[in-house]
Ligand binder design. Structure first.
Ligand code: KMH
Ligand code: ZN
Length: 272
């Protein structure tokens, strides 16, 4: 098996300090959380940004400052800024981090319920995001919240509407209203991806740790972080994103998977 790429989604757009006081908002807090995850073994940081008061934003200049500060604190780390942003943002707002030419960015693969909200990613929006990523030479991480999202984006890649092989998928399972975080669902998805693709699994809420275990033993990669889950175990909140990554490293060691460095992750993801 390839080495395990650990992604830390340190901030998200929905979770707040009310859920866990360690959720980062300011640039300094973002750097603290990124560094804790990186030093624990994360090769990739998935980045959302906030105003200092916690309001989610896709402001290009806020992204510039945060991405530069994380790069300095975490040499070589792979950064995946979000183009999903928060529910209700316009496509133009969401696309702003692509103007900074990151090596990767998320591309969300379809509309879905998101708790009581609707996360809108209609076909014209997805085509616009795919076009921008092709123009700016950005490798997408394809975020699939539903089984149909995978089929949709593979068809788009076949038509040249989004970047094609080798594709990197992130199966985000367990969002309220979307595909549940079960091993059976993950197994189904993994069996559908085009040959030569890579994949990561993200389990949301109580699905987080079962999906980490499944990702490790199935030969994929895993994402943890406050965006998806704030608990180290039932009733015990993590003090940092680093603590969540440390638990992944412990599980991987027990199960015989080595951890990829950022350079190794770049090779696995065909970035290098
Ligand atoms: N905040 C969610 C509505 C992404 O980063 O691309 C969307 C999201 C996906 O987090
Ligand atoms: Zn995200």
């Amino acid at each position: 098996m390839e080495k395990l790429i650990i992604t830390a989604a340190i901030c998200g757009a929905e979770v707040t300090k009310k859920h866990n006081p360690a959720v980062p908002y300011t640039v300094e807090e973002m750097v603290r959380e990124a560094k804790s995850a990186f030093e624990a073994g994360a090769a990739v940081i998935h980045v959302h940004v906030r105003e200092d008061d916690g309001t989610p934003t896709q402001d290009r200049e806020r992204f510039r400052v945060v991405l530069d500060a994380i790069k300095e604190a975490c040499p070589g780390v792979i950064l995946i800024p979000s183009t999903g942003g928060a529910v209700g943002m316009t496509a133009e707002e969401r696309l702003q981090p692509t103007e900074l030419f990151p090596e990767m960015a998320t591309l969300d693969c379809g509309t879905c319920n998101f708790g009581d909200d609707v996360f809108t990613n209609d076909m014209p929006t997805m085509r616009a995001f795919g076009k921008r990523m092709m123009e700016n030479h950005i490798k997408p991480e394809y975020e699939c919240f539903e089984i149909g999202h995978l089929d949709t984006v593979v068809n788009m890649a076949n038509k040249g509407e989004v970047p094609g092989a080798p594709m990197q998928f992130n199966f985000v399972l367990g969002v309220s209203g979307c595909t549940p975080a079960t091993v059976g669902n993950l197994d189904y998805l993994v069996k559908q991806i085009p040959a030569g693709s890579t994949w990561t699994v993200t389990g949301v809420g109580r699905g987080a740790w079962p999906m980490v275990a499944a990702g490790i033993v199935m030969g994929g990669n895993v994402r943890v972080g406050f965006e998806d889950n704030i608990y180290l175990e039932k009733g015990h909140k993590a003090a940092s994103n680093g603590e969540l990554v440390e638990k992944v490293v412990r599980l991987a060691k027990e199960l015989g998977r080595e951890i990829a460095t950022p350079d190794e992750a770049r090779k696995i993801l065909s970035l290098a």
